[in-house]
Each structure stands twice: as structure tokens, then as C-alpha cells.
Ligand binder design. Structure first.
Ligand code: SAH
Ligand code: SF4
Ligand code: F3S
Length: 461
């Protein structure tokens, strides 16, 4: 008798939103792989589709909705297809999602996404829609058997969930629940597993990593960084996002003292006017923010600082906006992610008076981006002629003869070099600066300062 060839089931995932969603999607891929369901990048051959969504701005939700809407035709063609929606919209809208998209079979939330394999089974057995969006008080301990990291040099590790800050514009505390920290042991274990698979750089993720451990963890954030430096073989460590109000001097000193910690911090300021910062409930003034930046640069003069800024918050007038521009000129960030304020249902700011018309928001955003692009380019140009330590991440997308990597302060550098340098830290001379990247030349041999860390750095022969 001829053995029938068993076709594995296929799982397709589409991820919107921030890195925490990317991490959750990767975790789900691992969980499905454990159940012998394999990942596909082809929507048409999927048996299970998962859409991991973001609610941070209205536009983000619109994008996810239009993607979900397009799945209906696949369901019509293949009635056995299981369609699941999760992430922050899943958490926010729950049953409403199923009402709006009747072809959606399963809705999971931000704390229950890992239950998806089980919910797929339940759905198939009962043919009843599954909506599971409860919050958990702790971190689920998921099997750490493998991570879908083969061939990668960098990876992310979530260390906290949720947020308790309740900035008045922000949906995250509602859709990600209360702040909780993952036990340090599990984080170390996961990083060790990643380094065994060839990962050289890890970014620790959380909405507000500076408050790691303060509510329910076993160590503080600076202690966690020191533990990771001592107990893993990482070449580089990064983290994001830091809330300015909780940025301690102890953490600033880590940039100076911990060799593997990259000299980069993402420190969202949001606005430059004290009136707006207060209405946002950010918990710091412009002056306090500037003081922290100064202290950071005192401890680590070459630190790269990036930020998030919003325009058009309710009540923001021309003068407030000018103060934001002034702040950008004063700080001179390396990069800024800028957004138009968007009302989020259920947040305090959604009910604030003084809504700024869309045309004004658009104009302010353009003005802000023009200014920041100029600053970014000027800062990039200052790097020309310097030698930077670059972790080679892979082949450049734009030109497959070039390698691409990042400096410690998070600049992308492209340069010619052989593929066996992927995963290595190499010295590169910066020769040209562009708006979003740098062009480099591999620095040839034996520089004294590199031989000190010979086992970690490339030795040229
Ligand atoms: N935890 C991070 C931010 C997460 S959301 C922090 O506190 O910095 C990422 C960015 O989206 C925010 O920094 C903010 O600039 C922007 N954002 C959040 N809510 C928004 C809204 N309602 N409208 C426009 N932008 C928003
Ligand atoms: Fe949102 Fe503020 Fe929490 Fe960041 S700190 S996730 S902006 S509530
Ligand atoms: Fe979006 Fe949720 Fe992240 S709202 S930004 S995916 S935490």
C-alpha cells in the first residue's frame, strides 16, 4: 500500500503595530510549529490566518480593517479556513469584530493570543465562534523550545506587558492591561537560547522598560541589564521604550559602564510645551526632560537619542507647537517619529475641548518633519570620517553586493564586504551620510582597540 503523503497544516500571520506585536506573532509561530503546523508566507495556501492588530491611532485600525475585509473572499473559496483576529483591536473590540466581520471565527486579546492553537481546536470541534480576551495578572510561561530566528543576527525579547501610565491620549493601558514584569530568570533563559541559535543582539521590549520590576518583578531594570551582561553571551543589548519620568541616574550610568549596552536610547518627549505635557499627563516638564538629556549625554557623550513627537493634541496652539520645534532644535535628536494626534475612544483626551483641525495638524506635521530631517542629516554628516563599530546583520536590500548593519547608536550602515562577516562586529569608516542611512567602508586590519576583544571581533588575515 502506498503511504499517503501527509500535508502539514499552514499558518499565515499578518502583523500590524509595534515590536511587541511582532514578538507575540513570532511566539505564535513557534507554538504552532510545536503542533506541527507550519508557517506560510502565501495567504492563499493558509489553513489558519491570524491578523495581529494595532489600535494606537485610527489610521492603524483602518489599515487592519481593510486587510481583514479582504480575507472574506478566501473564506468563500475555502470554508475550512480559520480566520482569527488578535492584538490590540481584538482586545478593544472583542465581539464587535465578529459582528462587523462575520467571517472572522476567533478573536483573541493581547494577553490570550498564545491560546490560539487551542481555540482553533475548540472552534473546529464546536463550530462556535471563540472570543477570548481576558487579562492575566501574570506572564504565561510558554514553552521556550525554539524561536523562529534561524539565520537572524538580532532578536527581540519582551520583558514587560501593559502600561499603568495612562497618558491621556493613549489606548495602550486599556488594550494591554496593567503593567507586569517577566521574571528575570525566564528572560535570561530565553536570551541564552537565542544566542545558541546565533543571535548576537537582543532588544528588550516593554512600553515603559524603566519601570521593569518595580511592581511585581524580582530585580530592577538596571539590575536586569547587569544580569544579562553577566550571564549571557550577547555581543549587544538594546531596549525600548523608556519613559522620561522613570529614567533614573542608575540606568544612565549603565550606558557608561556596561560594555554590551548599545549607546542608544528611545526617549519619547511627545511635546515641547509644559501646558501640553501636563494635559497629556506625561509626568515631566520640558525643563526636566532637557535636564535628563543633558545628564545622559554627560554619562555617555556619544549616545544616540531618538524620540516620538505628536502634533495637534487638543488645545495645542501655535505657540505650543513652536515650543515643540524649539525643543527639537535644542535637543537635536538623531531620529524622531512624528504623528498627528488621533482621538482614541475611551481615553481622557478624546473628550478634551480644543480639537485641532486636520489641516492644521497636517501642516504642523510637515513643518516638524522638515526641521527634523534637516537636523537628522546634519547629525549624520557629522559621522563622516569617523570609525564606527557595526554589527553586520545581513545583505543590503538595495544592493546585494553590500552588507548592512547598525552602529551602537542605531544608524544603519551599508558597505561592501564578504558575507562571512554577517553576525560579526566590524570597524567601518563612514564615508557618506544620507537621510536614513550611512555609507561605509570596511576598515582594514589590526587596530589596537579591536584586538582587546579579539574573540568577539573580526580578526582580519
Ligand atoms: N510606550 C511608549 C509609546 C507607545 S505608542 C511611550 O510611552 O513612549 C507609540 C507612539 O505613538 C507614542 O509615543 C505616541 O507618540 C504615539 N501615539 C500614542 N497614542 C497616540 C494617539 N492617540 N494619536 C497619535 N499618536 C499617538
Ligand atoms: Fe501610552 Fe503613555 Fe503608556 Fe506609553 S507610557 S504606552 S504613551 S500610556
Ligand atoms: Fe499598537 Fe498595541 Fe503596540 S496599540 S503600538 S500594537 S501595544
Amino acid at each position: 500500500m502506498k503511504a499517503e503523503k501527509l500535508q502539514k497544516e499552514k499558518f499565515f500571520v499578518k502583523t500590524f503595530g509595534c515590536q511587541m506585536n511582532v514578538y507575540d506573532s513570532e511566539t505564535l509561530v513557534d507554538l504552532f510549529t510545536l503542533q506541527d503546523v507550519e508557517l506560510t508566507h502565501n495567504l492563499n495556501e493558509a489553513d489558519i490566518i491570524f491578523v495581529n492588530t494595532c489600535s494606537v491611532r485610527e489610521k492603524a485600525e483602518q489599515k487592519a480593517c481593510s486587510f481583514i475585509g479582504r480575507l472574506q473572499r478566501l473564506k468563500l473559496r475555502n470554508p475550512n479556513l480559520v480566520i482569527a483576529v488578535g492584538g490590540c483591536m481584538g482586545q478593544r473590540m472583542r465581539e464587535i469584530l465578529v459582528e462587523r466581520f462575520p467571517f472572522v471565527d476567533i478573536v483573541v486579546g493581547t494577553d490570550t493570543f498564545y491560546m490560539l492553537p487551542e481555540l482553533v481546536r475548540k472552534f473546529r470541534a464546536s463550530k462556535r465562534k471563540q472570543v477570548e480576551t481576558r487579562f492575566r495578572r501574570d506572564f504565561p510561561r510558554l514553552p521556550l523550545v525554539k524561536r523562529s530566528v534561524a539565520g537572524s543576527v538580532t532578536a527581540m525579547v519582551t520583558i514587560m506587558q501593559g502600561c499603568d501610565n495612562f497618558c491621556t491620549y493613549c489606548i495602550v493601558p486599556y488594550v494591554r492591561g496593567r503593567e507586569k514584569s517577566r521574571p528575570s530568570r525566564e528572560i535570561i533563559e530565553e536570551i541564552n537560547q537565542l544566542t545558541e541559535k546565533g543571535i548576537r543582539e537582543v532588544t528588550l521590549l516593554g512600553q515603559n522598560v524603566n519601570s521593569y520590576g518595580l511592581k511585581n518583578g524580582d530585580v530592577t531594570f538596571p539590575e536586569l541589564i547587569k544580569l544579562i551582561a553577566g550571564e549571557t553571551n550577547l555581543l549587544r543589548l538594546r531596549f525600548t521604550t523608556s519613559h522620561p519620568k522613570d529614567l533614573s541616574e542608575e540606568l544612565m550610568k549603565c550606558f557608561r559602564d556596561i560594555e554590551i549596552l548599545c549607546h542608544h536610547i528611545h526617549l519619547p518627549v511627545q511635546a515641547g510645551s509644559n501646558k501640553v505635557l501636563k494635559m497629556m499627563n506625561r509626568g515631566y516638564t520640558r525643563e526636566e526632560y532637557l535636564k535628563k538629556v543633558k545628564m545622559l549625554r554627560g554619562y555617555c557623550p556619544d549616545i544616540g537619542i531618538s524620540s516620538d513627537v505628536m502634533v495637534g493634541f487638543p488645545g495645542e496652539d501655535e505657540e505650543d507647537y513652536q515650543e515643540t520645534l524649539n525643543l527639537l532644535e535644542e535637543v537635536r535628536f538623531d531620529t524622531v517619529f512624528s504623528f498627528r494626534y488621533s482621538d482614541r475612544p475611551g481615553t481622557a483626551a478624546a473628550k478634551f475641548p480644543g480639537k485641532v483641525p486636520e489641516e492644521i495638524k497636517a501642516k504642523r506635521l510637515v513643518g516638524l518633519q522638515e526641521l527634523q530631517n534637516k537636523i537628522t542629516l546634519e547629525r549624520n554628516k557629522k559621522l563622516v570620517g569617523t570609525v564606527q563599530e557595526v554589527l553586520v546583520e545581513g545583505i543590503s536590500k538595495a544592493d546585494d553586493r553590500q552588507l548592512t548593519g547598525r552602529t551602537g547608536d542605531n544608524h544603519i550602515v551599508n558597505f561592501y564586504g564578504s558575507r562571512n562577516l554577517i553576525g560579526k562586529l566590524v570597524p567601518v569608516t563612514i564615508v557618506e551620510a544620507y537621510a536614513h542611512s550611512l555609507k561605509g567602508e570596511l576598515l582594514l586590519p589590526q587596530q589596537e582597540r579591536y584586538s582587546e576583544r579579539e574573540n568577539q571581533l573580526v580578526v582580519y588575515r
